[in-house]
Design a protein. Structure first.
Length: 390
């Protein structure tokens, strides 16, 4: 619980958590699971009447037999399970979830069609290789690790995660700018000194004030009070010890308080979230590991660029969902389709060369304020996608 409030924007250097690469944008947007089933080829029309002849012959032949997927023989009787039986059961158990994924994929596909955007198999393979190299692996071993540790097959990874991520990046516009101020904040957040602390976390302001009175009356017993009163199970078992608190990590109220404290001081009650209050004991500062921003500037720029692209992609996808009217007959729901007012709007699709992020001086520029793309006529009926890897 408390770790969510103290988490930094990203780990330094080689300590990055590799799981972002498995899900990343896909978790926010789609989730893994089902291959792209909407890329179905359309059969060509017959120009010589062969199609009509085939249809006539088909109508004259007997109806196709049931497709049997299993037979059961017991006690002299035989039963069967047909493909339709299996399909109906699968729909009953998982239909709503899988249909939602398919709808999301078709929304992305339609946007690609409208803007003439395609993602080639070479681009997909290149992205997979780029991610694998970040973790000092080749593509083959990276895919093996995903399958063994995350239960994601190569086909799922290519088609369900990488393809939509690249498509949405193109729709969002991948070019971003990182301002000097933003870069400096990231440097301080990841490599600057942090406040070593213990904390008592509570979910009631009255209770927090009562505990604060007890703690200030006997500060030497802070650990005991944390074990007795804190609602955070992780820090409670450690006498209130929490990860060192960095600056510019997203909780301004907490940071403003703790970075003014001296070792041994106890903070007032600080509200850090909805129905979440903290009492902090300062235990000093950590040493700054990296002194010069230039030593890690490349790493920070890469990290910030990826973060901004992810944010921009999420906004665009939400905008696409808002614009699309979806009548889900299976679940009996209708969503989206609301028309937006003219001008810039949330999640507006930008051309691939558009700029997102902050200006050179660090002024904040969100993806929503970027200029909308002028849709190009699609060059193909459907955006290209990689072949499914068996």
């Amino acid at each position: 619980m408390v770790e969510k409030n103290l988490a930094t924007a990203g780990a330094a250097g080689g300590k990055r958590n590799w799981t972002w690469a498995v899900a990343g944008t896909a978790v926010v947007l789609l989730g893994a699971g089902v291959a792209f089933q909407f890329m179905r080829p359309t059969g060509a029309r017959s120009e010589d009447g062969a199609g009509k002849a085939t249809a006539n012959r088909s109508s004259e032949s007997a109806a196709p037999r049931e497709k049997i997927v299993a037979t059961i023989k017991s006690g002299g009787s035989t039963d069967k399970v047909t493909y339709d039986d299996l399909a109906q059961e699968c729909v009953r158990r998982h239909g709503a979830e899988i249909l939602d994924n398919l709808i999301n994929r078709r929304i992305i596909q339609q946007a690609c069609d409208q803007h003439g955007i395609s993602v080639s198999e070479a681009e997909v393979k290149g992205e997979v290789n780029r991610i694998a190299k970040k973790f000092n692996l080749d593509e083959e071993n990276w895919l093996k690790m995903l399958q063994s540790e995350r239960n994601v097959t190569p086909a799922q990874y290519y088609n369900d995660i990488i393809w939509p991520m690249l498509a949405l990046r193109k729709l969002a516009g991948e070019k971003v700018e990182i301002g000097d101020k933003e870069l400096q904040h990231a440097f301080v957040r990841n490599y600057g000194p942090r406040v070593k602390a213990r904390a008592i976390v509570l979910d009631n302001p009255r209770r927090a004030r009562e505990v604060h009175t007890k703690v200030t009356g006997a500060p030497e017993d802070f650990g005991r009070f944390a074990r007795e009163f804190s609602i955070d199970p992780n820090s409670r078992s450690l006498d209130g010890v929490i990860p060192p608190i960095p600056k510019y990590a997203g909780n301004d109220k907490l940071e403003d308080v703790v970075f003014k404290m001296k070792e041994g001081e106890i903070s007032p009650v600080v509200q850090v979230g909805v129905n979440q209050f903290m009492i902090v004991l300062c235990e000093g500062r950590t040493e700054q590991v990296v002194k010069d921003l230039a030593d890690v500037e490349g790493i920070l720029r890469e990290q910030l660029t990826e973060e901004k692209i992810q944010q921009s992609v999420a906004k665009v996808f939400e905008g696409l969902k808002d614009d699309a009217r979806v009548e889900n007959i299976l679940t009996g729901t209708v969503q989206g389709g609301d028309k937006k007012s003219a001008g810039a709007k949330k999640g507006a699709v930008r051309p691939a060369g558009a700029t997102a992020g902050k200006g050179a001086k660090g002024d904040e520029v969100t993806g929503a304020s970027a200029e909308e793309a002028s849709p190009a006529k699609p060059t193909t009926k459907t955006a290209a996608k990689p072949k499914t890897t068996k």
